[in-house]
Ligand binder design. Structure first.
Ligand code: CMP
Length: 140
């Protein structure tokens, strides 16, 4: 099924110089970047993005981290884009991520894990809409 998903190079990924590496790995696997921009979320914007995690023990720390520096947000498009993106990223906890995945190779810990990807079609739709309007997404 042709899908779109939202991915974010998180502040640790940006500061480690991994923007190009992340995009290269997605493109190498045939995913197409159909929208892209750099933004610096403030604390409230980070809380809004991660609203589903409100109340969890890591919520404050996560939203501090996500508002600590610029991030690169992108929409990826392709067959089964959600699952393929998640496979390239690896498990949330880098200690559990498969060898060769972005998080296994580059993440510092379960929070500072370099990259985000939507986990289901519904979350992909709402996460994409959080950052991009229809005129900013370009299928090609
Ligand atoms: P992400 O895929 O962006 O989705 C939610 C984020 O919360 C996750 O990546 C991690 O950055 C963070 N996270 C998830 N679980 C934990 C945890 N147990 N401790 C700290 N941060 C977490």
């Amino acid at each position: 099924m042709l899908q779109r998903t939202l991915s974010i190079v998180k502040p640790d990924g940006v500061s480690k110089g991994l923007i190009g590496e992340v995009i290269r790995r997605f493109e190498r696997e045939g995913l197409r970047v159909v929208a892209l921009k750099m933004v610096h979320l403030d604390k409230e914007e980070a809380k809004g993005f991660y609203a589903v995690h409100r109340g969890k023990p890591f919520f404050e720390s996560l939203t501090d981290f996500m508002s600590s520096g610029p991030v690169v947000v992108m929409v990826l498009e392709g067959e089964d884009a959600i699952e393929r993106t998640r496979k390239i990223m690896g498990a949330t906890d880098p200690r559990k991520a498969d060898p060769g995945t972005l998080r296994r190779e580059f993440a510092s810990n379960i929070e500072q894990n370099v990259v985000h990807g939507s986990d289901a079609p519904e979350t992909a739709a709402s996460e994409i809409a959080y950052f991009f309007n229809a005129l900013e997404i370009h299928s090609h």
